[in-house]
Design a protein around this ligand. Structure first.
Ligand code: MN3
Length: 221
């Protein structure tokens, strides 16, 4: 699995200030057209090269400004930057997970999980179909922009379906993210127009359950 969201190369040193970590757009694990017809190449291209890249750029800019403010002991500016860091950092975290949560059907997209994850889905939801039904309903009903998630509540040892507003990462709810569905309009509008429910219904055809199971294994170990 790719290392999500670790700061990469490109740290730099300015004077005596602390080095500012530069986050980078992770490689997309498939071509832009790999998820067609569920998600068009045009959407994938824009979503990855424009939207995700913008979160990365704006995160790096905000972190640089934060380091500057910290260097100057400018607490008011540091506090003012926190929402920008949360929004753009959350966007970077969420999309980095999202790309790996999907796969073309010839690479296993839509193939149901087996093993421990399948057992827990059956225990907590009755069946995969019932999980899909519940998560689709909650995700489609999000007001405005946000994400639907299947997460793992480690304290309770249970799977949980949650929704997040804007780009709030699931970690803000104390839950480990396993599978995210981006329901910002930029994720589907060019293809599905206003019918978000059709996009959410279709995306299950390309869910990479192998990736979800790997995330579950890490989360539950
Ligand atoms: Mn998005």
């Amino acid at each position: 699995m790719s290392q999500c969201c670790m700061a990469g190369e490109g740290s730099k040193q300015e004077g005596s200030k602390q080095a500012v970590k530069q986050f980078q757009l992770p490689a997309l694990p498939y071509d832009f057209n790999a998820l067609e017809p569920t998600i068009s190449a045009e959407i994938m291209n824009l979503h990855y090269t424009k939207h995700h890249q913008a979160y990365v750029n704006n995160l790096n800019k905000a972190l640089e400004q934060y380091a500057e403010a910290e260097y100057k002991n400018d607490l008011q500016t540091m506090i003012a930057l926190q929402s920008l860091i949360k929004f753009n950092g959350g966007g970077h975290i969420n999309h980095s997970i999202f790309w790996t949560n999907l796969a073309s059907q010839k690479n296993g997209g839509g193939t149901p999980p087996n093993g421990k994850l399948a057992e827990l889905i059956n225990r907590d939801y009755g069946s995969l179909d019932k999980l899909i039904e519940q998560m689709s309903a909650k995700t489609s009903a999000i007001q405005g922009s946000g994400w639907g998630w299947l997460g793992y509540n480690k304290a309770k040892g249970k799977l949980t379906i949650r929704t997040c507003e804007n780009q709030d990462p699931l970690s803000t709810k104390g839950v480990i993210p396993l599978l995210g569905i981006d329901v910002w309009e930029h994720a589907y509008y060019l293809q599905y127009k206003n019918v978000r429910a059709d996009y959410v219904k279709a995306i299950w055809n390309i869910v990479n359950w192998k990736n979800v199971a790997e995330r579950f294994a890490l989360a539950s170990s």
